[in-house]
Ligand binder design. Structure first.
Ligand SMILES: [Zn+2]
Ligand SMILES: [Zn+2]
Ligand SMILES: [Zn+2]
Ligand SMILES: [Zn+2]
Ligand SMILES: [Zn+2]
Ligand SMILES: [Zn+2]
Length: 455
C-alpha cells in the first residue's frame, strides 16, 4: 500500500517531466514544472515519504492527505497539457560537417535558424472493474506527424518547455489516433477478462440451475410426505390438524408453481449476469507536448565558379542529417555536387562539359555534339551556319572571310591554297582536275589569259 502511494506519486511527477529519485524510503522530486509548484503552493524540491511524519522538510503521504489530494485535483483539471523540451547537448555544426559530403565545393558559413520538431504523448488511465476486482493500468501513446510511434523519453535530457518558444499545434487528429491505438492496446486485456467472466457466469448459471433443480426435488419430496401425512390425519379426523396440513400443502404447491419458478430462476441468472459485467473506464490523464530543436542552418557552399546557400537540417533525435533533394531528379542524397549555375545535384545528375571542363548538372547541360556525342555546355555549343547541326568547338571552324561558324564537313580545305572554304565555291582545276576554291580557280583562269597574251 505504501509503495503503491509512492509509485503513484513517482509516476505522476515523471509524467510532468520532473526528475524522481529514491534515497532510502524518501522519494525526492526535482525539476517540477512551475505550474505545479504554483498550484501546490510550495517550491521544489519535494521529499515524499510514507514513514516520516511531522517533519516540515518531508511531505508525509497518506490517503486523503494534502499531497495526494492536491495531485488528484491537479489531474482532475484535465486537458492539462504539459510542455516538455528535449535539450540536446550536441554541437550541431560539428554534426553537420561530419555528415555532409561536398564533392566539388567547400562549406563556408552556417547561419542558424530556430526550428522545432513536435510530438505528443497521451497518457491514459484505464480501470477495469468486474466482480470484486479493480485493475488499473496506465498507457502512454506517442504520436508524431499524425502517426503513432514507439516513444520513450528515457535517457533524454528533458526540461520544462516554454510556450514562448513554439507555437502549440492543433492536437485533435493526434488525440483521435491515440484513442484508436488505446483501443487496440486494451483489446487483449478486455478479451481476456471477458472470457474469464463468461466462464465464471456459465459456472454460476449452472449452479443456479442445480440449486433450483434440487430445491424442486426437495419440495416435491416434501409434498409427497405431506400428502401421505394428510391421509393419516384424515383417518384420525382432527379437523384443525387437517386444515393446517392442507394449508402447508398449498404453500408448497405455490412454491412449485412452474411459471413462478422459471421467473425466479431467470431473475437470479440476470443478477449474476449484471455482477459479471465488465466496466472499462478510460481517462486521459495527461497530454504532453514534447518538442526538441531541429538544428537548421542556412549553409553557404562555394567553389571557384559559384556560390550557393542551401538549408541543412540536423535532427538530434535520430542523429541524422536531413537529406537534400537533387535539383534535377529529386532523389535524396548527402553527396552534394554544385553546378556552375547554382544547382545542387546528386552524383548521377552531375555533368562536366567535355569541351571547357566546367562542372554542371543535367539541367544545364542537355546538348551533345552531333558529331562526337560529347556533352557540351551552353557556352561551348556552336551551330553550323550551313547545315544547322549543334557541335562542339573541335568540330567547327570559323570562315575567315565571313567570320561565320561552319562545321568541319561544310568547310573544305582547298587543295591548292590550303585554306578552309565553303564547299559550294569549289571548282575543278582545268589544269590538274583537283577541287580548288573559287579564288584559286580565278587565279588559274587569269594566269591562263596572261599566258595566252604572251603566246
Ligand atoms: Zn539527381
Ligand atoms: Zn563548356
Ligand atoms: Zn545546373
Ligand atoms: Zn564534337
Ligand atoms: Zn555544317
Ligand atoms: Zn584555294
Amino acid at each position: 500500500m505504501e509503495n503503491q502511494l509512492l509509485n503513484f506519486v513517482e509516476k505522476f511527477f515523471k509524467n510532468l517531466g520532473a526528475k524522481t529519485n529514491y534515497e532510502g524510503n524518501i522519494l525526492t522530486i526535482t525539476n517540477v514544472p512551475a505550474s505545479f509548484q504554483k498550484f501546490y503552493g510550495k517550491n521544489e524540491p519535494y521529499l515524499f515519504s510514507t514513514k516520516i511524519k511531522h517533519n516540515p522538510e518531508v511531505e508525509f503521504l497518506e490517503k486523503g492527505g494534502y499531497a495526494l489530494k492536491a495531485i488528484s485535483t491537479f489531474l482532475e483539471n484535465s486537458g492539462q497539457t504539459t510542455l516538455l523540451k528535449i535539450n540536446f547537448e550536441i554541437d550541431p555544426e560539428e554534426e553537420i560537417k561530419k555528415n555532409i559530403n561536398l564533392k566539388n565545393s567547400r562549406l563556408m558559413k552556417l547561419v542558424s535558424k530556430k526550428k522545432f520538431d513536435i510530438f505528443f504523448r497521451f497518457t491514459f488511465h484505464t480501470s477495469f472493474q468486474y466482480l470484486n476486482e479493480r485493475e488499473k493500468i496506465i498507457n502512454e501513446i506517442y504520436v508524431h506527424d499524425n502517426k503513432v510511434i514507439n516513444g520513450d523519453l528515457k535517457g533524454y535530457p528533458v526540461i520544462e518547455g516554454s510556450k514562448s518558444e513554439i507555437k502549440i499545434p492543433d492536437m485533435k487528429e493526434a488525440y483521435f489516433l491515440s484513442k484508436e491505438e488505446l483501443k487496440k492496446l486494451l483489446e487483449n486485456k478486455t478479451n481476456e477478462i471477458t472470457i474469464f467472466l463468461n466462464k465464471s457466469l456459465e459456472k454460476d448459471t449452472k449452479r443456479i440451475e442445480n440449486h433450483f433443480l434440487s430445491e424442486e426435488k426437495e419440495l416435491t419430496d416434501n409434498l409427497g410426505k405431506l400428502k401421505e401425512k394428510l391421509k393419516e390425519l384424515e383417518l384420525e379426523g382432527d379437523v384443525e390438524k387437517i386444515k393446517k396440513q392442507k394449508k402447508a400443502i398449498e404453500t408448497i404447491k405455490e412454491k412449485l408453481n412452474p411459471v413462478e419458478r422459471e421467473k425466479d430462476k431467470a431473475r437470479s441468472i440476470m443478477i449474476e449476469r449484471v455482477k459479471h459485467g465488465l466496466n472499462v473506464n478510460n481517462k486521459l490523464f495527461n497530454t504532453t507536448l514534447i518538442y526538441h530543436p531541429i538544428f537548421s542552418y542556412d549553409t553557404t557552399i562555394k567553389n571557384e565558379d559559384t556560390k550557393k546557400i542551401i538549408e541543412l537540417n540536423f535532427n538530434p533525435l535520430t542523429s541524422t542529417l536531413e537529406k537534400l533533394k537533387c535539383d534535377v531528379c529529386s532523389s535524396e542524397t548527402n553527396e552534394i555536387y554544385l553546378c556552375k549555375n547554382g544547382h545542387v545535384s546528386c552524383k548521377n545528375c552531375f555533368v562536366v562539359c567535355e569541351n571547357c571542363g566546367k562542372e554542371y548538372c543535367k539541367k544545364c547541360v542537355i546538348t551533345k555534339c552531333q558529331k562526337c556525342s560529347s556533352h557540351i555546355c551552353n557556352e561551348c555549343k556552336t551551330k553550323c551556319f550551313k547545315c544547322g547541326r549543334i557541335l562542339c568547338n573541335s568540330h567547327t571552324r570559323v570562315d575567315k572571310l565571313t567570320a561565320r561558324v561552319y562545321c568541319n564537313d561544310c568547310l573544305i580545305r582547298c587543295e591548292r591554297c590550303g585554306n578552309m572554304k565553303i564547299g559550294e565555291e569549289f571548282k575543278m582545276s582545268k589544269r590538274t582536275g583537283a577541287k580548288i576554291c573559287g579564288e584559286c580557280f580565278r587565279q588559274e583562269m587569269q594566269k591562263k589569259v596572261l599566258e595566252g597574251v604572251f603566246d
